[in-house]
Design a protein around this ligand. Structure first.
Ligand code: NAP
Length: 356
């Protein structure tokens, strides 16, 4: 049911950036997708990818992409699907142009996340929300649409909340984040600000963490998504780690289950993707780690090739009822990997197909 009949031609928009590079790495050898276009600003256009990208990952640039000529992202590439890791200042117009040209866009950027007819998708959490694309009007033929993935911290939070929300209902939560430097892109935070320092400010992040979970955990009805209604208080901090956002969460759950009950609920969370055979779906999308000092950013961020959200220290909270720590790989599960999984789900659902 899942696999496409032939490989789909893929463009990566913003291919030279921090998220774009993760796309290039994750799509190397992908069984369903072939990167045939790499697109960035006019500063990069005309150079080979190897010349244009300041490659910061610990692997070599895939040979199949290194020699591709970077295209100006504002010119529509002839592809079946576009992944977007564009700077938010330009993503609005470029992603729209792709969708209007009949090309599905699976985006990391914030621009369309809260638009009512755009899915804000985590495949294990709200796979049914993909039906929202049928309400979009970018392309009258219905082939071109936009699907987004959430802010990188929100992904970790919502993955951990999903089983608890289903079992009890979330009433309120407080979350403090410790977010990696790679979340700011490249070159990102200046070294004199980031080294041996914690910065209690990430522009717009606390608002996104308050708003996005309500849409993702909302219910799809005949008029679109009816948002969940719990209250979120978020405090976000930039810390000097490379990859991985760590979240300390206190949550008030309906019926006040014990921490032990909540832990078992998290441990037994079902995987709705288990039978779909999606290539990027990890063996465990949510892993409860019982070690007293887990999860740790550096040690555990690469679980499931960066697609597993780790949860630990599930304990009683004297203020809200239950507290825990969650860890998410911000540029993989929280960005490029999440988007690739979104696209795989859309393919499996028959919503993305090869163009003639
Ligand atoms: N980093 C994360 O953990 C993370 C997580 C989730 C979501 N996001 C979102 O993903 C997007 C990319 O983030 P990033 O961290 O990868 O940023 P980044 O490293 O700054 O990369 C930005 C990309 O956008 C391109 N770009 C900039 N101006 C452009 C223009 N005028 N026309 C066309 N392309 C242009 C850049 O190309 P040039 O190299 O040619 O300038 C580069 O490829 C952002 O919207 C961000 O909010 C990031």
């Amino acid at each position: 049911m899942s696999a496409p009949q032939k490989k789909l031609r893929v463009a990566v928009l913003g291919a030279t950036g921090a998220v774009g590079q993760q796309f290039i790495r994750l799509l190397d050898g992908h069984p369903w997708f072939d990167v045939t276009a790499v697109c960035a600003s006019e500063r990069s256009a005309g150079k080979t990818y190897a010349e244009a990208a300041k490659w910061v990952l610990g692997t070599d640039i895939p040979a199949s992409v290194a020699g591709l000529t970077v295209q100006d992202a504002s010119e529509i590439a002839d592809v079946d699907l576009a992944f977007s890791g564009l700077d938010a200042s330009v993503a609005q117009a470029i992603e729209r142009a792709y969708a209007e040209a009949g090309i599905p866009v699976v985006s990391n950027t914030r621009n369309y996340r809260m638009q009512a007819d755009v899915p804000l998708l985590i495949p294990e959490v709200n796979p049914d929300h993909t039906a929202l694309v049928e309400r979009q009007s970018f392309d009258p033929a219905g082939r071109g649409f936009i699907v987004t993935n959430p802010n990188c911290s929100t992904v970790g939070l919502v993955c951990a909340l999903k089983p608890l929300h289903d079992a009890y209902g979330v009433e309120a939560l407080h979350v403090v984040t410790m977010q990696a430097l790679s979340g700011a892109g490249y070159p990102g935070v200046p070294s004199l600000d980031s080294l041996a320092n914690v910065i209690p400010h990430i522009g717009g992040e606390e608002d996104k963490m308050a708003a996005e979970p309500l849409k993702i955990l909302g219910t799809l009805g005949p008029d679109g998504v009816e948002n969940a209604t719990f209250t979120v208080s978020a405090q976000c901090n930039r810390v000097p780690v490379w990859d991985g956002h760590l979240l300390c969460v206190s949550v008030k759950l309906r019926g006040n289950p014990s921490a032990d009950e909540a832990r078992e609920t998290l441990r037994n969370a079902p995987d709705p993707l288990a039978d779909l055979g999606l290539p990027t779906s990890p063996e465990r999308w949510l892993l409860v780690d019982d070690a007293p000092d887990a999860p740790q950013t550096r040690r555990h961020v690469h679980r499931g090739n960066g697609m597993t959200v780790s949860v630990g220290k599930v304990q009683p909270c004297p203020v809200l009822g239950v507290k825990f720590v969650a860890l998410v790989h911000n540029t993989v599960r929280g960005a490029a990997g999440g988007a690739v999984l979104n696209a795989e789900l859309l393919v499996a659902q028959g919503r993305i197909v090869a163009r003639a």
